[in-house]
Design a protein around this ligand. Structure first.
Ligand code: GLY
Length: 253
């Protein structure tokens, strides 16, 4: 069960956030509304939500998931792979030290984005992507091992982050897009396959047996609810323009 979430408010400069393809700039006012609805949904799932002030100097800072990984036993501050996001983590280790006895930080030349980390109990899958390198993953696994946890890496060929393509919904179950369906490390999971035209819905989020699903992906929503899980659909259109999904908007612990 999760009890808490940390989010960061959107900032006006998000209109110039990073994106792989140009689908238009996000509408800031609409993003603020969608973010507020997201926070309400987290609360309805039973979480205490801490809303950090926005950081206008970092256009992508609303995607706070990339800044850290909060495990059951320690916090690991990431080192974001994109130059423009590198310093989003300033002050985070100090803040997290009020919540965790053990706080680690990924250091150069390692890079790691939290969006590349999928938690399955005390085991972590780490996507090697354009943002997360082998050294970042190595340091991350070292920190895990100090607390009797472990992990392994998955080389990504497409997508921004690992969790752009696969998410753990507990109960030994994942939502996954075609390219990763047959990955050896994921072979033991029950799979809900997300069709390519709905690939964005692979970034769905388990919170206390509710599944947050982006709205507008009907096949995925019905496949997830058919598996017996209760879904909460949320509009993320403005964050999607920046390649951001539901998980990117919070740290859950
Ligand atoms: N726009 C989100 C990211 O590229 O990290």
């Amino acid at each position: 069960m999760f009890k808490n979430a940390i989010v960061r408010k959107p900032c006006p400069s998000m209109v110039s956030g990073l994106r792989d393809q140009d689908n238009g700039d996000p509408d800031f006012e609409r993003a603020v509304k969608q973010h507020s609805d997201y926070c309400d949904a987290l609360r309805q799932c039973g979480l205490e939500v801490t809303e950090l002030e926005s950081m206008n100097q970092f256009p992508d800072s609303v995607f706070i998931e990339d800044n850290a990984v909060l495990t059951r036993k320690c916090a690991i501050v990431a080192r974001p792979g994109a130059d423009s996001r590198r310093n989003e983590t300033e002050g985070l280790a100090e803040m997290l030290s009020c919540l965790y006895e053990s706080v680690y930080e990924i250091t150069a030349p390692g890079t790691l984005d939290g969006g590349d980390v999928m938690m399955v109990g005390d085991y972590y899958y780490i996507g090697l992507s354009e943002r997360t390198n082998a050294e970042g993953a190595r340091q991350f696994i070292e920190f895990l091992k100090q607390h009797d946890m472990d992990g392994d890496t998955i080389q990504l060929e497409a997508g921004l982050h690992l969790k752009s393509s696969v998410s753990y919904l507990e109960h030994n179950q994942i939502v996954v897009t075609e390219p990763l369906t047959n990955h050896a490390l994921l072979s033991e999971f029950k799979k809900i396959i997300i069709e390519s035209e709905e690939a964005y819905a692979a970034n769905s989020v388990w919170i206390n047996d509710n599944i947050l699903v982006p709205s507008g992906f009907p096949q995925s929503a019905s496949a997830i609810s058919e598996s017996g899980l209760s879904i909460v659909e949320l509009d993320t259109s403005e964050f999607r323009k920046l390649d951001g999904g539901l998980s990117c908007l919070s740290l859950r612990f």
